[in-house]
Design a protein around this ligand. Structure first.
Ligand SMILES: [Zn+2]
Length: 60
């Protein structure tokens, strides 16, 4: 995925920066503890599509 593309992506909830998890293909918002899936290279930037990170999951 294009790094520049990632730079402009922010969390739809808090407008904060997202962490790209290459392995899981997710964009993670640390403050909200949400992981937005990337499907076929397209980030699903919808709260309804996001996965809630369990407390035990380590956020990088
Ligand atoms: Zn957020």
């Amino acid at each position: 995925m294009d790094a520049k593309f990632l730079e402009i992506l922010v969390c739809p909830l808090c407008k904060g920066p997202l962490v790209y998890d290459k392995v899981a293909q997710e964009l993670i918002c640390k403050p909200d503890r949400l992981a937005f899936p990337i499907t076929d290279g397209i980030p699903m930037m919808l709260e309804s599509e996001a996965r809630e990170l369990p407390p035990e999951e380590d956020v990088k």
